[in-house]
Design a protein around this ligand. Structure first.
Ligand code: URA
Length: 428
């Protein structure tokens, strides 16, 4: 077997078997196939797609390129969730304690973001003392004792995916159904849980621009899950505005605290959090989604979720009264009366990145205190000169431009817009 013959088969439109796909994945992972060759392989997939069988082979080969976590010592039913990435996405921080307070286990490895805003681990690291690097026994013991632990992802899971994803990004081959499905599912399957709820974002700021392709991706991931005996539910959600009112690492921890203790609950964030928690609880306990939704809501309302959150953070050494939240503020006011019809998630993320909340643009360190708080929510009424948003910054010489840029992220219209449900559909 050699790479040239495999590529030639693809070019001629012939299907690949497992050995051929595994040959390419293994040799690329071990640096025996170079980036130029691998780009040709990925571009063939990007242009022509793969059959389901080939997508499964690709996923299986990527799973075995790294470790498969063994959670057999965990005494709880484990449920996992995954998001394809959103601006202001603090759903893991909210649903993990809700689900754990209902007796299930969340043993989650999350990422530090390389994108415009921080990942879950960056958000947790904005809490003074929080340890993202528990060893395997500490991680398992904590889940057995309190039902939840979130630590930093190891580089040992689905090793091939990391290399392939970086190359896909470089050559512009990200938005391909077989490539996304194999990338997500290889990591999720190797991460050990048998129940996986995927929050698949759809919209202009997401990988999936339209509902039809998102549904196709969802079905592919569910089918791959079935082959591995995993229960997979995919929730298609609207990603045209940030989630919640805060974007930025410590700001999102503050919003999580306010959300869980009932001080402030953004409507779209609440709908999405309770829906994801409900599917995790429903599949974990084998009860109806309606019943699970009621349990999730009760746990939120009776303080059980907040207590679990505090317990989780303190078990990992974190002190919620000490956040890395040092920043100055700049207020942004509305130029006109009307209703908020759009808050452009991507534009907001670009500003947050410039302020220092992510690692994009070769930034290596994160400023945990910076970001944006939206003082008006999507669809809300606003009057001229009312506060629209607040910028949290530490270093900038361009305050006026940032204020103008943030104003441009809001679309304000004269009539009350029709509210879109954040949940587009649920596929299982
Ligand atoms: N998220 C992933 O993990 N992989 C992709 O390819 C796209 C989104």
């Amino acid at each position: 077997m050699n790479f040239k013959d495999i590529l030639s088969k693809m070019v001629k439109g012939k299907k690949l078997n497992y050995q051929e796909i595994d040959y390419v994945i293994t040799n690329f992972t071990n640096d025996n196939i170079n980036e130029e060759e691998m780009s040709k392989f990925l571009i063939e997939i990007y242009r022509k797609g793969l059959t389901f069988k080939e997508t499964l082979y690709l996923t299986n080969s990527m799973i075995k390129s790294g470790e498969i976590l063994d959670f057999s010592k965990i005494n709880k039913t484990l449920v996992d969730k995954h998001s394809t990435g959103g601006v202001g996405d603090k759903i893991t921080l909210i649903v993990a304690p809700i689900v754990a307070a209902n007796g299930l286990g969340v043993a989650k490895m999350s990422g530090r973001s390389l994108g415009l805003t921080g990942g879950t681990i960056d958000k947790l690291e904005s809490i003074e003392g929080y340890n993202v690097n528990l060893d395997k026994n500490e991680f398992i013991n904590q889940v057995n004792n309190i039902g939840v632990s979130v630590i930093s992802q190891t580089d040992k899971i689905a090793v091939a995916d990391k290399k392939i994803y970086a190359l896909r990004d470089k050559i512009g081959a990200v938005d391909s159904i077989p490539l996304i499905a194999s990338s997500i599912m290889s990591k999720k399957i190797a991460s050990g849980a048998n129940i996986i709820i995927i929050d698949l974002k759809v919209g202009n700021g997401a990988f999936m621009k339209d509902i039809k392709s998102a549904k196709k991706l969802a079905k592919t991931m569910i089918k791959i899950g079935k082959k591995w005996n995993k229960k997979v539910v995919v929730i298609l959600t609207d990603m045209n505005a940030p989630l919640g009112n805060s974007i930025g690492n410590s700001l999102e921890i503050k919003e999580t605290i306010d959300f869980l203790n009932g001080t402030y609950q953004d409507k779209r964030l609440k709908t999405l959090s309770l829906t994801i928690a409900a599917y995790m609880i429903s599949k974990g306990k084998n009860i109806s989604v309606n019943k699970a939704y009621i349990l999730a809501k009760e746990t939120l309302e009776n303080g059980g979720a907040y207590n679990k959150f505090e317990n989780w953070i303190s078990c990992q050494g974190g002190n919620l009264s000490e956040l890395k939240d040092n920043a100055k503020t700049l207020e942004v006011f509305s130029d006109k009366d009307g209703y908020i019809d759009e808050i452009n998630a991507e534009k907001i993320a670009v500003i947050c990145n410039e302020l220092g909340s992510g690692r994009s643009n070769k930034r290596t360190t994160i400023d945990y205190g910076v970001g944006i708080v939206l003082n008006k929510a999507l669809y809300e009424k606003v009057e001229k000169d009312e506060l629209l948003a607040t910028i949290y910054y530490n270093e900038t010489n361009e305050k006026e431009r940032l204020v103008e840029q943030l104003k441009q992220s809001f679309k304000i219209i004269g009539i009350k817009p029709k509210e879109k449900n954040i949940i587009i559909s649920v596929i299982s």
